[in-house]
Write a protein that binds this ligand. Structure first.
Ligand code: AMP
Ligand code: MG
Length: 417
């Protein structure tokens, strides 16, 4: 088990930019040890451990891309159309005999190219003569409508690099190469919990000053979408000794311990005191809104992250602090969150020097350009602002205002996972 040192999240500056946070996480958080050798059907959304070198070329053999007639490029009609005898027929899955000079072979999509043939006329482009021969026009390029062996991936080439988070298309690639299993990083084990006297279990008894815990369910769901193994520690009581015991045990059994709320400089901050009694904790004052400080700790070599309690701040800091930490624990290639340009259909003012995230819905405007409509209210506590929008608009540190019609960067929620 790779253990973090207690000072690994130390940061000298005052305000921390998102880019500095990402750099520090990438530099300090080491991949977990442990791997799983899994059948392909279980490999989606796992991280490939070492590069996959293609054991065969892809396609495996030269084949026709269309239904038509194969011939040798040496026989292609040059200036005038030309008539060819059709000497063989090859279906997908059948073996082909070598082609004879001056002949055409009836061929179907996916069927192997007869040896010597390298070009295919589409059946729509030839004329079938009453005697069974075909007449083909001049002008077809040598090699047309044929898929050479290895044109997709050459044998021995890196088909999937180490650290790639596998998507359905990577699983397909491995299958196409004839593999049945892949070796992937084991899943990251994350313990999540909530604290605070105001927080109670949904549906449970509450007094008039208490609220139902929602962050723990949001964080759990976000983590599961990142394919983490989530262990829910529930709501821990605000008791320093009890917290220290629970957190030390959690750190020993998990790769990451995550909470939200209650970790600030306040007097009632029992989580902070508990962690400082068994490890270390620093507050990262991220220069983002919504965001507030994020607590970064180390308990017995295991990272701890304390997100802000407000749901929107918790969500945004999850994307910019927890997600990259999980990817680093998985040894995954960086997957930067890149906002795509859309047109703002709103005006907005912001402070220079910090990054702001505006919740917005997306639609096509009448002229066909994607346009972002800002959620009408801005509070960091509004769950509906996350529930009723499609993503967040990232306004860079240097920006001070947005006017309708300007181009802004939009990140759809699914892209944050
Ligand atoms: P804090 O970060 O503790 O100052 O909390 C900021 C806000 O988030 C407060 O209104 C808390 O009541 C709220 N909050 C804290 N924890 C949770 C939670 N688990 N679920 C929902 N809201 C929370
Ligand atoms: Mg609190």
């Amino acid at each position: 088990m790779v253990q973090l040192s207690n000072d690994c999240f130390a940061f000298g500056g005052k305000l921390m930019s998102v880019d500095e946070a990402l750099r520090l996480i990438a530099a300090r958080v080491q991949p977990i040890e442990g791997q799983d050798h899994l059948p392909l059907a279980e490999c989606d959304n796992r991280v490939l451990l070492s590069p996959l070198h293609a054991p065969a070329p892809l396609p495996l053999f030269a084949n026709s891309a269309v239904d038509g007639y194969a011939l040798r490029s040496a026989d292609l009609p040059q200036d005038n159309e030309r008539t060819f005898p059709v000497t063989a027929r090859v279906q997908a899955g059948a073996q082909a005999e070598p082609i004879k000079p001056g002949a055409a072979v009836r061929i179907f999509t996916g069927a192997p190219m007869p040896q010597g043939a390298d070009t295919v006329f589409m059946q729509e482009d030839v004329r079938l003569e009453p005697d069974g021969r075909i007449t083909a026009p001049a002008g077809l390029k040598p090699g047309a409508n044929m898929r050479p062996a290895g044109e997709d991936i050459a044998e021995g080439a890196v088909a999937i690099p180490a650290g790639r988070r596998l998507r359905p298309q990577h699983v397909a690639l491995a299958a196409a190469l004839g593999l049945t299993h892949l070796t992937v990083r084991r899943r990251v084990r994350v313990a999540i919990f909530s604290t605070g006297n105001e927080v109670v279990e949904p549906g449970g008894p509450r007094n008039s000053a208490q609220l139902f815990d929602s962050n723990r369910f949001m964080l759990g769901a976000l983590l599961r979408r990142l394919n983490c193994e989530v262990h829910d520690l529930g709501i821990l009581r605000d008791d320093r000794a009890a917290l220290a015991t629970a957190l030390e045990k959690a750190a020993g059994e998990h790769d990451l311990v995550l909470t939200s709320g209650g970790v600030s400089a306040g007097e009632e901050d029992h989580v902070r005191a508990a962690i400082e009694s068994i490890g270390s904790l620093v507050l990262w004052s991220l220069a983002i809104k919504p965001g507030r400080p994020v607590a970064m700790g180390v308990i017995a070599g295991t990272p701890f992250i304390g997100l802000p309690g407000n749901p929107v701040a918790s969500f945004v800091t999850f994307a910019y602090v927890v997600r990259p930490t999980i990817l680093a624990l998985l040894g995954a290639l960086p997957e930067p969150l890149i906002g795509l340009p859309v047109r703002a259909a709103f005006s907005y003012k912001k402070k220079k020097g910090r990054r702001e995230y505006v919740r917005a819905s997306l639609h096509y405007a009448d002229d066909g350009i994607p346009e972002a409509v800002k959620f009408p209210r801005e509070g960091a506590g509004l769950l509906s602002s996350l529930a009723d929008t499609d993503g967040i608009i990232e306004l860079g540190e240097d920006a001070e205002r947005v006017s309708p019609g300007e181009q802004v960067r939009f990140l759809a929620y699914p892209a944050l996972l």
